[in-house]
Design a protein around this ligand. Sequence first.
Ligand SMILES: [Zn+2]
Length: 87
Amino acid sequence: MVPVLFQCRDCGGNVIESRRDGRFYEHHKVLINLPISFTIPECVSCGQGWFSDELIQKMDMVLEAEYMEHADLITSIVNFYNHQQQK
Ligand SMILES: [Zn+2]
C-alpha cells in the first residue's frame, strides 16, 4: 500500500507519492525528462500534482543535473536545427 499524504484540495481525492517515466519539464528552453526516481505528490483521482516550494527547488536541481549531463548533446542538436533553418 502507498501511504496517502493528504487529501487533494481540488477534488478531495487521495494524494500519493507518484513516480513514472515521461514527465517533461522545460529547463533552459529544452524539455527534460524528469528521472523516474523523482517523486511528486499527485492526486489519484484528478491527477493534479502538488508542488511545494521545497519540491520545486529540488526539481530544479535535478533538472539542472540532467541538463548538464546531456548539455553537449543538447547543444549539438540545437545547433543542428538552427543550421537547418538557415538553409
Ligand atoms: Zn484531485
